[in-house]
Ligand binder design. Sequence first.
Ligand code: ADP
Length: 764
Amino acid sequence: MNKNILRNVLVLLLYWGLALSTELLAIPPDYATPVWPAAGVALGFVLLYGRMIYPGIFLGALAANVYTSFNQGIDITQQQVSFAAIIGIGAVIQAAFARFLMARFSLLPEDLSNGSQILRFLVVAGPVSCLVNSLNGATMLGLFDIVPWSYWLSNWIVWWVGDSVGALVVTPFLIQLFNRNPQQERNLQTALLPISFLVLVIASFYFVRSLEQENRRTLIADIGQQHEAVLRLNINELKVILAAAASFFTASDAVTASDFDTFCRPLMQDHPSVLAVQWLPLIEQSERGPFVQALRQQGYHRFEIREIGTEGQMLVSRDHPRYLPIAYTHPFTGNERVHGLNVLGLEHRRGDLEQVLDQGKTLASEPLTLVQHQKSEISYIMAAPSYEYTGTRVNGVVQVIFKVDQVILRSIRDPAFLAAIRLLDVSDGGPPVTLYEGEQAGQKAEWYTVFEFLGRSIRLELSATTAIMQKVSSWQSYAILIGGLLYVALLEAVLLTMLTHQRYIQTQVGLKTQELALAKDVAEKASMAKTEFLASMSHELRTPLNSVIGFTHRVLRRSGHKLDERSRESLVIVERNANHLLGVINNLLDISKVDLGKLELSVSEFPLDEMLMNARDQFLPLALAKENTLRLDCQFHGMIQADSTRVRQIVINLLSNAVKFTAGGNITVSLVDHARNGIAGVLLKVEDEGIGISEKDIGRLFNKFEKVGNMERFNPEGTGLGLALVKELAELHGGAVSVCSEFGKGTTFSVWLPQRQVGVAAES
Ligand code: ADP
């Protein structure tokens, strides 16, 4: 498949998947998603692959928004799809805008090389570019009537913060992950740190959110319980009215209709929920005639005991063994229609009323829509027995009829709560009856309680409406999520800075290393050429020089006495200078051999103390000539394995320097047994009281051709090769040289040599 199609599918899936998974982070009250990482996906991929990705972003945003509406139980209408499409276009424009800004200000990922650039990149990727779709989205929510315009500002802020934080976290991450880079492995490793922080942030968010939810549940229960208490208090007041009316009849043997009115009027004034208070005397068949007469005499001229006909019309009651007719009713106006109605004849009330009459119970009817009221308002009829004056015989029933919604309106003044509650009659033996349902009370109750009311079970439910949730919501989890994610973004920025910086340094180091390797190669070749040249030159010079020395020596020995004084002296000078030159050439040759790695030791066993004695004898005349003493202090008398010629060279070079640089002082040569790092060895010291070496020169002492201090005076013929050779020769033996000197006081050179040579068969 085409690469671009694949990338678009990837963007679509990532965008959609992230949009779905962010719903897990939704926060009450309105369960909005606080971060929108999909914004980062859009931007990240546009930066990586350019405008070929636009279709994927558009479809991803469209799918995510349609799905969100669907998931919230909103019907997918053409309007919903249009809204989602406009948001999709906004997402594309947002990503394109960010890319444009980054290109304009050289902030594209490949340009990023320092901290301040990365910071500017993040500002453009997050807060700046995310202005586009947040403004678009908040406005569209208003235009499409999805959210009221009054929420425009808060919607815009939540949208903007969510997109910005999402982009800040995801964009650098994607760039770090997908950007072509030879060090993929390191990229993954550095990506792990922000990922683990991300996990930590989300875990803390969940934890705090669950605490908040728990807290919210308690708060909602508190609110619910408070309202339940008020509601029950108000219902109790109605029960008190019922009890008072019943006692009124027990307290008097001849309560007239007008007594009853006088008694009820003040009660009713205070309780608008009460529709009527009624008295229903218990009338035996034998008492029917006199009872009807008595009421007619009280002014109700057309009074009859009645029943309801098949078509709902009021008829004169047929004969029954006993009747319970509505005799007094307050107020009378509005209740005329039921005046005289024998409620024992009503199928749905008979059971309750018989319990009241026969068992003396106080009961509430099932919820009713009353005959005398047109509107479908739900009412309860509470019924209590009334007793004969001074007696215990039940002589009738007192009823209080009240409208449920009025009780609720009187009890609950908080409109938010009123809109969120639902009251149900859930008594056994019947389907639940809705007594009251607030405008926003949904199907799912956040909290409920069931209480008893005169034999009925009443359930009070509280739904999690926006208003209720706002009362109990808290911002902690939101703050943790946004704050934590900003921290992750910052961490990524730091890592990205470090990574780009490191990449820059690596490139520079690579370049410099190449240059240095090249320079070293050239220098080594030049040095080799020089060394080889010196070696061959020295060799070529030595042969003629040897013959010059040989011939001069022979002439001086055989015919010296025949020459005149001046010629003889000249020849002596020739011989001395030729010898010095030979020494220099020999040193040069040796140094060259060492450099070329051609100097090989010929190891044998010999007594070093004897060699030192010979050297002392050789240098004694020279030392005395400069008024020096020359002392030998040998404490080691064993044999050592070494190249005796080279060791002798070491001793001679050191002794000649000591004599050269000392006048009128003591020179001491010492030899002791001295193990080093567990290896048996000897320590040879040549100590003088000569001119000394200043501290700054000591470091250069063993360099080739290096003369230090004021040497033109003390050492005009020196070449600066002697000590370099001493060092090389000692090291060839596995030994070491060190120096210790005080300017103007004297110098001590120490040479340590091992007693045996490793892996070398000694020649005896
Ligand atoms: P050179 O042939 O010039 O003596 P060396 O390598 O033997 O070369 O010595 C290098 C320099 O070290 C000398 O020129 C001198 O300045 C200093 N030097 C060597 N030995 C002594 C010493 N015993 N006292 C003071 N300076 C010394």
